[in-house]
Design a protein. Structure first.
Length: 289
């Protein structure tokens, strides 16, 4: 595997950044998780827009254009002869002095890793996941804004650990006001009385690229859709529920906090329709590498 760093490709074991990089020292940086399906990079311009918004939010001036970074993403896929992959794009603040100040850093590092990923077993896509709500809340927008895909994911990692300690692989995080935000690395949707519903971004959820694609699909398929503030009650009593993310794609959630979702705790019809529709567009839409 070849890893892209600042315009050059390195063998996996030689792909290195400095221990003085503030990305390593403080989690000072940003990232994107991107998907390549059948030789097409899914919604690459949307990922570039989100990346540049993250950079702006953390006051990181990028010395590359969106097009240059998008070209590098495609080059990393070609270099590794991949047609289907998960692409991790990381930009760190760069080397600096010890101490928090980003003013001592002048060389942001652009790293692109393109590899295979299988987040969940095939069986879980058929039968659905079970999750619990964890005590750790999603970052308040008054602290590190949840819209920033920063290198500082400890909040989500703590939530994941809490789920794993209880024997679950996935969890629901509420926001600081107690409303549904999202899962540890995925957005959440429910279906209630035929309507597709997801919390608005203002509930401290990330503006997921997959979330956006599902909303577009709902419109195309004439599935009524609404953004609405949700409580745990809404998920417990939903007819269907599923999660969305670049790595996970769409995966049904069939149980939350010991409550079976829907009548039988099985993936619902609208969920299955959207999963099929997503799989169909995923390999057709996108930027050809
Ligand atoms: N929420 C969080 C916290 C995430 O990290 C991610 C991406 N891993 C998502 C939601 C889903 O976003 P996307 O569909 O863009 O992958």
């Amino acid at each position: 595997m070849k890893v892209y760093i600042n315009g050059k490709f390195y063998d996996k074991d030689d792909a290195k950044v400095s221990v003085f990089d503030h990305g390593f020292l403080y989690g000072d940086g940003i990232f994107e998780g991107i998907r390549l399906y059948s030789g097409n990079v899914f919604r690459l311009p949307n990922h570039m827009d989100r990346l540049f918004r993250s950079a702006k939010a953390i006051a990181l001036d990028l010395p590359w254009t969106k097009q240059e970074i998008a070209d590098a993403v495609c080059a990393a896929c070609r270099e590794n002869k991949l047609t289907d992959a998960y692409i991790r794009l990381v930009i760190s603040r760069g080397k600096g002095a010890l101490g928090l100040s980003p003013l001592t850093c002048s060389d942001p590092q652009l790293v692109i890793i393109a590899d295979q990923i299988q987040l969940y077993k095939a069986e879980l896509y058929e039968n659905g996941l079970k999750a619990i709500t964890v005590p750790t809340r999603r970052n308040s927008p008054a602290a590190l804004p949840p819209m920033v895909k920063s290198l500082n994911y400890l909040n989500n990692i703590l939530a994941k650990i809490e789920a794993q300690n209880q024997g679950f692989s996935e969890c629901l995080l509420l926001n600081s006001e107690g409303y549904v935000a999202e899962c540890s690395g995925d957005n959440v949707f429910i279906v209630f009385e035929g309507k597709l519903i997801t919390p608005p971004i203002s509930c401290a959820s990330l503006g997921g690229i997959t979330r956006g694609a599902v909303i577009d699909l709902a419109k195309r398929l004439n599935i009524p859709f609404e953004e609405k503030v949700l409580t745990r009650f809404d998920i417990w009593t939903a007819d269907e529920c599923f999660l969305t993310g670049t790595a996970a794609k769409l995966i049904p959630l069939v149980e939350l906090d010991g409550r079976k979702i829907g009548e039988d705790g099985k993936p619902g019809q609208i969920t299955k329709t959207l999963i099929n529709a997503f799989n169909e567009i995923a390999s057709k839409e996108g930027v050809k590498i």
